[in-house]
Ligand binder design. Sequence first.
Ligand SMILES: Nc1nc2c(ncn2[C@@H]2O[C@H](COP(=O)(O)OP(=O)(O)OP(=O)(O)O)[C@@H](O)[C@H]2O)c(=O)[nH]1
Ligand SMILES: [Mg+2]
Length: 668
Amino acid sequence: MTMIQTQSTTQLQYGNFQKRRETLVALIQSQLKVLHSLDMKSQEETLYKLANRVQADSFKVLVLGEFKRGKSTFINALLGDEVLPAYAKPCTAIINEVKWGESKRALLHYSQAEDGYVKPPQEIPVERIEECVVIKDHVGEIKANPYDKVELFWNLPLCQNGVEIIDSPGLNEHDIRQKVTTDYLSKVDAILFVLSCEVLCSQSELDFIDTKLKSMGHEDIFFICNRINQIRSKERENIKEHAFFKLEPRTKLGREGIFFIDALGALEGRLDRDEQRVNQSGVPQLEQELAEFLTSQRGRIKVLQPAKEFKGTIREARRIIPEREALLRTDLQTLEERYEAAQQPLKNLEAERQQIVARVSNFIADTKPFVHQKTQEFYRILVDGKLEMWMKAYEIKEPVQFFKLEWMTTQIEKVVEEVKNHLADKLEAEFATWQRSELQPFVSSRLESLMHELDQKAKSFTGHVQDLRFELVSGTSVSKESINYKEAQVSLLERIVAAAGGFFVGDMASGAIGAIFGFQEMLKSLIPQMAIMLTTVLIAGFNPFILIPAMTIGGIVQGFLKMESTNDKIKETVTKEFVNQLRTTSYQQADELSNSVIEQLSKIKDAVNQELGKEIQSIRDQVTSILAEKEKGQVNVDQKLLELASVRRKLDAIDSELDELIAQVAIV
Ligand SMILES: Nc1nc2c(ncn2[C@@H]2O[C@H](COP(=O)(O)OP(=O)(O)OP(=O)(O)O)[C@@H](O)[C@H]2O)c(=O)[nH]1
Ligand SMILES: [Mg+2]
């Protein structure tokens, strides 16, 4: 395929998705009008937020990799412009988010200072970007950097298609791995992992993929093996086989997700308008796969998830129209009497809501001791030998050597830093594994039983709501069997789950809950918060450098004829201190971790409270709005009845267009 062809195919893919999104937004706008005319205030509010969310959504593509793999060059090639600085020495110092803007602009964000203060973001001239985002002398600078990230707004076609590209500094730095994990992994749509064909698949690269990316639920990774042009052509097949062997099992995309490219060639080709060079670089093929993945796989979720919520408001509106009709036809005095009589049942509903919320709240609180205990068990294994075992197996890369010209204290400092980083990395990996194999299944099973219980409670609550509605409309109470509650029940639970950050993809009756609702989505928002807990808090509280004076003065260096044992001593001392630190803080750590789990689960409680409250409020809204219409006189009432008929037709039209959209998206 020629460059022009591949470009227009990708353009078409993005274009189609944008069209679908526009259709969705337009339908939501029409539905907002419908809801408004039916006085469905709380649904209107929910849907309004949904519209904003859909409109602001973008495809977030995160580019990761170790130092100098060619991340920035590759992004520039995608953008077709030298947006990001890229040099032969370690270069990118902070995270860069490249997004669409009418004109070129750069917005610099500061990190939190030690006193907790965050300076407001600052506009900087684009010519000054380099000063902020480039490492000037050595790598350690990343840590001392006062900046958090830069947002670059650029007028580029790819960004206009709704794609946002995030460039990150090399993953070799512990702090960067941490930041990427906590700030980005739960939010991005695609991960492009850049490797270099010259040094394919280092252990640390594979570790990051296995522990971090997998545990955050990222299974469709794009592997970009860069600098294929640096490999002699007769060796290329070998390299490719090696890459397939290592990487294919690590992405659900399989071979389709592994690319061999020449990023620099693509960039230069694009700058020089040299079509052949661009084609040979392998980049256009990758772009097409990426567009396909984003617009169909991710795009499907981006449309279906809001469509599901949207559909719920249509169902509600359908239920409310005949009710409004009946209420409008009831005479004013009767209606007032019925509303008066409904006050006690409304209070009862309020009490039922409080009870349910209290039950959910207790359920969540009951989870805490379990998490606490599990966490402490995890710590115990670490301090009872595991940390020491790791250290014994670890070989110091830059040991202290007394014939080095460097000042002894400096050498020791370096080893201490190295040991500390090693421990931090091991700990992080261990934590990721524990989280995946212990904590997460536990939280999932708790969630599942909570949802079962909530399902029952929502059923009974909805039953009472329906009864009351029926009484208001007909003036008589009716036996429950005559009303079909099922639909209303599903939608209440569905809204609760949606409000808590998950989403339903089926109905409760049809099987295991884990498979039914967007469990994964909910957990994804839970995990990052937990992941930072252990390592950051721990490392922050641990300052091995206070040990240095003791080490230098107190003696270990004095045996400097036996340098081997000096290095071992440092390892031992640092590890001991680390273990002590862990022992003394483990209770508090477990406390913080379990609190953060509880805090996340409390979102469900808030959602229950909010959604049940809306059910009650909507009864009040309906009756009071009808009373107000009736007070305006019979002419107005007749007018409103006519309007209802037209609202119903609009609703039908919106519903069938939405179904069409859903069908289109579901089959791509
Ligand atoms: N020959 C060749 N050189 C490349 C290729 N890709 C990148 N380079 C060069 O490699 C150097 C590093 O590229 P960058 O894009 O800065 O790499 P990076 O991964 O962003 O580096 P850091 O931000 O420091 O981690 C630059 O001098 C690029 O010109 C490639 O495909 N082929
Ligand atoms: Mg870079």
